[in-house]
Design a protein around this ligand. Sequence first.
Ligand code: MN
Length: 393
Amino acid sequence: MKHTMPKNFPVESTLGTQEIKVDDTTLRDGEQTAGVVFANTEKVRIAKLLDEIGVDQIEAGIPAMGGDERDVIEEIAHLGLRSSVLGWNRANTLDIQTSLDCGVDAIAISLATSDIHIETKLKKDRDWVLRTIRECVAYAKDKNPDVYISVNAEDASRTEIGFLVEYAKAAKEEGADRIRFCDTIGLMEPFRTYEVVKHLREESGLEVEMHTHNDFGMAVANAIAGIHGGAAWVNVTVGGLGERAGNAALEEVVMALKYIEGVDIGMDTARFREIGEYVMGAAGRQVPAWKSVIGTNMFAHESGIHADGVIKNPKTYEVFPPSEVGLERQIVVGKHSGSRALELKFGEYGIEVTKEEAAELLPRVRQMAIELKRSLFDKELIYIYNDWKAEKK
Ligand code: MN
């Protein structure tokens, strides 16, 4: 991991120098998205891709579901990946035993900690929650002293902070390795997240992991805020896939850490577009053109001022080069284009147009783009050029 503060920022990042580790839950929370089912071959491929780019831990699914789900988790656990492989469990010993039997090296034990969940969903009380998490962690430690244990505080964001600390301490005493702070329904904001996570980390002494949802579009911001508060782990999904509005996106968190916070965690980011396409394809979706970091529009420039700037120096309107995430730069010709982009575009086809000629062609290009209500294909540009040329004769 390298800390290299990006230059020319008006205010420096205040992020500390703790190690930051990424665990990906595309195969669990990602697949929990309404309407998404991965085939087992796709799950194995996704696990291998995540391992290849340097994800620290892969949340492979829920062994207690049995059948295909259990089989593929066992398969992933035995692929010999560098990544840790984690199985997700409800807080009962039967679920945990099923995970351990799959051969995973890490388990998550999930239990709700907010009163609304404890009282209306579980129909229990706080004492029961503390007792249960102690029993479950102790059970796992007893069966496999080497297994890595994450205790998940479901709905942590609506949990009374004193009780959340108590829950973390109880789990730690039994040998848990970290607590997952779950913003289950995505109602946190970065400033509150920072305060709560900092308090939880300092008071419990347990490592913290961020699990954030995007219901208000703040999943990535909250994940980063939690890291500022001392969280060492960040739980993400490829493309932000996940329940409802989704989770914090792997590629957004990693690139934000690198270019906003100046922390390069050493991941092979050049494969982000490839992995995004693969996962979205497996989920029956497409990567939207406007998607942060991996959408094709990230490096598509149409407006005259922007295209001219990027042609002169890409850094004028791009934070990082497209190759860093496996994309390519495109100068798009359309309603907002300027003559500089036209000169360049025709030049790509070996057609030399002068500044004056480009200025003459520009109104025709704009008119067609308005008529068609879109940017123009390269062929259409050639037609415009040919028509214009013929008229000149
Ligand atoms: Mn979730």
